[in-house]
Design a protein around this ligand. Structure first.
Ligand code: KIV
Length: 285
């Protein structure tokens, strides 16, 4: 176990940017994984609505509710007390109005102890970001591939490949920055577009998910890093270990050992003294 580190704060994140030190960010949805991420020194944690797919088995993030998010964010906070924890606002918890957005963002702060929230969308969501920030809640924007709009975007694919669409993402980033977002996540945007946005950022931290090395930091989906999501592995994900395979082999071993009576062994059960056992048998007569 590493020694306890100081709480990761906004000034800490901005200091890293000033010093040209990339920030590490991972998704996380549960207590034991949060505990490991904290020990590993992960600086930011995203309790993403991707939990709808990775943890709950839905085909998209759309069915995820605010109550789902609150339950998981609370568990993550318990496991990672010093990480900068970001609550991801699920579908239709901010789109309807600024007031809805502020109320739900407030739940992440009050009920989960989050440090910030993230929401998807560009200039059309700038007033939501502004309202949330004016309510005293740090906010992160999310551009490029925004999974809540996957149907409108035509699938999980790179965004902003043409000059015209890239210009729109760059304009959206400025709109979010002006609305007060302290950070923007660029998901599956070409590296050059990410570089242009990072160079133009003014007091806004740019984070990359599959958008190249020029951002101020990197985000990965935890389940993709460890072979834990069975349905697909996105191209941008680097696999750091195949935990899925290790667990599957362990499970097969368990089924085999139960079947052939190799499990359990004496170290796996609890005994009773001879005296107590004899007394018990008398009692049962
Ligand atoms: O929900 C999530 O994990 C996200 C990432 C895909 C960026 O929003």
């Amino acid at each position: 176990m590493t020694e306890t580190r100081k709480k990761i704060t906004l000034p800490y994140l901005f200091k890293k940017v000033t010093e040209g030190q990339p920030i590490s960010w991972l998704t996380c949805y549960d207590y034991p994984t949060a505990f490991l991420q904290e020990q590993a020194g992960v600086e930011m944690i995203l309790v993403g609505d991707s939990l709808g797919m990775t943890m709950l088995g839905y085909d998209s993030t759309l069915p995820v509710t605010m109550d789902d998010m609150v339950r998981h964010a609370q568990a993550v906070r318990r496991g990672a007390p010093t990480a900068f924890v970001v609550g991801d606002m699920p579908y239709m918890t901010y789109q309807p109005s600024v007031e809805t957005a502020i109320r739900n963002a407030g739940r992440f702060m009050a009920e989960c102890g989050c440090d910030a929230i993230k929401l998807e969308g560009g200039a059309s969501m700038a007033d939501r970001i502004k309202g949330i920030v004016e309510a005293g809640i740090p906010a992160i924007g999310h551009l490029g591939l925004t999974p809540q709009s996957v149907s409108a975007l035509g699938g999980f694919r790179v965004q902003g490949k043409s000059a015209l669409l890239a210009k729109k993402i760059i304009d959206d980033a400025k709109a979010l920055e002006r609305a007060g977002a302290f950070a923007i996540l660029l998901e599956m945007v070409p590296d050059r577009v990410c570089q242009l946005i990072t160079e133009r950022a003014d007091g806004c931290i740019i984070m990359s998910l599959g958008s190249g090395p020029h951002a101020h930091g990197q985000l990965l989906i935890y389940h993709d890093m460890f072979g834990l999501y069975p349905k697909f592995k996105p191209k941008m994900a680097k696999v750091y270990g195949n935990a899925g395979e290790v667990i599957l082999n362990g499970l097969k071993g368990y089924v085999t050992e139960v079947g052939n009576k190799q499990f359990p062994q004496p170290e796996n059960w609890f005994g009773m003294s001879d005296d107590e056992y004899q007394e018990l048998k008398q009692l049962l007569k």
